[in-house]
Design a protein. Structure first.
Length: 146
């Protein structure tokens, strides 16, 4: 099949050589199965059938995915896509500051923090405001928070 698709110069010779090799391999397999069938070769036959079925199923899956990904199915969105970044803040520290200042891929950055204490929001808002940040802080209350 490879040589039939490519058809490079000399492909007929290469296809014949591959065909002879595949035929010889198949004949040897049939001979081994016939000679050793009662000694357990039926397991090999069953395994080959299962493997071929599995490989065909995988191939059909990839062919279906390739069909779904074709550009013929693309429709441009009516509104441009925007990204929102969520930077989780357990507390304000040096590890969070570069993430809060990253604006290039995102139009909007939101800083959620999960807490079970309500007194935490004013403290984090003051700390963010003191740094001159315009990132909105959202405190999510949870009985399982920190």
């Amino acid at each position: 099949m490879h040589w039939l698709k490519l058809k490079v110069p000399g492909w007929q010779t290469k296809a014949i050589i591959n065909g002879v090799g595949a035929t010889a391999t198949f004949l040897v397999l049939i001979d081994i199965i016939a000679e050793k069938f009662l000694e357990g070769a039926w397991v090999i036959v069953l395994l080959i059938v299962l493997l071929v079925g599995m490989f065909r199923t995988i191939y059909r899956h990839y062919a279906d995915v390739a069909q779904q990904l074709k550009m013929a199915h693309y429709h441009a969105p009516s509104m441009p896509m925007t990204n929102t970044a969520l930077v989780l803040i357990p507390s304000l520290h040096l590890g969070i500051m570069p993430a809060l200042s990253m604006r290039a891929p995102c139009r909007r950055i939101v800083a959620p923090s999960i807490s079970r204490r309500t007194r935490r929001k004013p403290r984090l808002e003051r700390a963010l405001g003191a740094l001159g940040g315009d990132v909105p802080l959202v405190i999510l209350h949870s009985p399982f928070g920190l």
